[in-house]
Design a binder for this molecule. Structure first.
Ligand code: FUB
Length: 475
């Protein structure tokens, strides 16, 4: 039985900032590449994955498409980590990859004849007089998270920018007035911006009295066009949500539209239902349906992020309804309540004290977290939920139940207590699994009394000790 889960790539793959693009009959994900348990963001080279547009359950590894060391310029920055990229097809039929180094502030471009081949260096985005964008002194904006967009008339636009609340390492010495989301049309050479650059969305410094208030632009610029309207997609100052703003021109101005997805379902639920941190992605229309791609956080800090996606509704009035995070994202429906599922596909995870917002510092204490054994690798995933202690809850949405009578969990770690199984966040108890586990992997089973139909399943541990929650299985 082939199904799609969230995260939708293998569990060893840590790809944040994924920009989905349909080229031909496949959808490609262009993201940054975190190292599992890395000390910083994006410590690995760019790789690409793709799937047929009519089978989003079959993702194929395309290999490394661009390495930090492929950039030939002498980049003077602390670390050569490539943050969020984007790709656009040029009018010459080639594919152009726009990328930047985390703390350098200029945009590099690489080119390839195919969407996911090995890219070659092409140049740096620049002003008409040849000055590199981002290097025009105090007046210039810090280049960050380039997004690229080709309009129906063949014109190509670049979106870039960052809007931290105060000056930091990235914006050192720069006034907030020169930060924010900017748009520029690109010349046919794919490198030169046409002037002027437009500021297109509100930041915290200028949102008073506007509909952006509370959801101002922070980072992660991305542009799409649906039903004749332009959708500027970005990560808001809240960090954990992707928002959108709508306009009639690719150069703005854009009216705030709403939240597309929050990685903790904030906005759908009153309290966050999963660990927070930054997120980044976009929306793509694939085979007639809309999907929002984003990343979740794992491993108790913000440097091991993973690609997820959900179907999302574009309403007749041009608004998007906020998508709920699920375990079955690209599956096209609920997962079958049959066989075994890895616990790492939980879409809700929280402790007795709720969740944390992941930063560079490890979230300690009673917080359960997604992790894996060993070091970063490109094979043999074994992700699980660690530190599942008293009051920890993992939620899975959705399963389709049909005459199920038993539920089991496979765990490891010294713990004694009960795993309460509910058919909703505050649903009925449908099973109580007695746990008495040790250092070996063990499976514990209970009767389950659940109605047929599509439902979520929540597991809450009550007892002593700490479990590694590895998998759940149905009779
Ligand atoms: O992945 C590194 C940075 O984190 C991206 O550039 C931001 O958008 C945020 O996701």
């Amino acid at each position: 039985m082939k199904q799609a889960y969230n995260p939708f790539l293998p569990s060893y793959e840590y790809i944040p900032d994924g920009e989905p693009h349909v080229f031909g009959d496949r959808v490609y994900i262009y993201g940054s590449h975190d190292k599992f348990n890395g000390k910083y963001f994006c410590m690995n080279d760019y790789v690409c994955w793709s799937a047929p547009v009519d089978d989003l359950k079959s993702w194929r590894y395309e290999g490394v498409i661009w390495k930090a060391s492929d950039d030939p310029t002498e980049i003077k920055c602390l670390l050569k980590q490539m943050y969020a990229p984007d790709v656009v097809k040029g009018s010459d039929g080639r594919y152009y990859l726009y990328y930047f180094f985390g703390n350098h502030g200029t945009i590099g471009v690489a080119v390839c004849d195919t969407p996911a081949g090995r890219y070659s260096y092409y140049g740096r985005v620049r002003y008409p007089d040849g000055t590199v964008l981002g290097r025009n002194g105090e007046k210039d904006i810090w280049q960050f998270d380039p997004g690229v967009f080709r309009d129906d008339d063949g014109k190509i636009y670049l979106y870039t920018g960052f809007a931290p609340k105060s000056a930091n390492i990235f914006t050192a010495m720069r006034s907030p007035n020169v930060n924010g989301a900017m748009a520029a049309e690109l010349e046919e050479d794919m490198l030169t911006v046409k002037l002027p650059l437009n500021r297109i969305a509100k930041t915290q410094h200028c949102s008073e009295g506007t509909s952006y208030k509370g959801h101002e632009f922070f980072e992660a610029s991305s542009m799409r066009k649906f039903a004749g309207k332009y959708y500027f997609i970005y990560s808001s100052v809240k960090g954990h949500e992707l928002c959108y703003a709508v306009g009639d021109s690719p150069m703005g101005e854009f009216r705030y539209g709403g939240t597309l997805v929050s990685i903790g379902d904030v906005g759908i639920s009153e309290k966050p239902l999963n660990y927070l941190g930054n997120t980044h992605g976009s929306v793509e229309k694939i085979n007639g349906k809309y999907y929002v791609f984003y990343h979740r956080q794992t491993n108790r800090h913000c440097h091991s992020r993973q690609a997820c996606a959900e179907e999302i509704t574009l309403n007749p009035d041009g608004t998007f309804s906020q998508a709920e995070t699920t375990s079955c994202g690209l599956n096209g429906g609920p997962l079958k309540a049959e066989g075994e599922y890895e616990a790492r596909i939980a879409c809700n995870l929280f402790s007795v004290n709720g969740v944390k917002f992941y930063t560079m510092k490890t979230a300690a204490g009673r917080h359960p977290y997604f992790t894996q054994t060993g070091v970063d690798r490109e094979q043999d995933g074994d992700q699980y939920i660690a530190n599942f202690c008293n009051g920890a809850t993992a939620g899975f949405k959705y399963f389709e139940f049909k005459g199920n009578k038993k539920i089991s969990v496979t765990v490891r770690g010294k713990a004694r207590g009960k795993m309460y199984v509910r058919d909703g966040l505050s649903g009925h108890i449908v099973g109580v699994i007695v746990i008495n586990s040790g250092k070996n992997i063990q499976t514990f089973t209970s009767e389950m009394n659940i109605d047929n139909g599509v439902k979520p399943l929540y597991f809450t541990f009550s007892g002593k000790g700490r479990l590694n929650f590895i998998s759940l299985s149905f009779d």
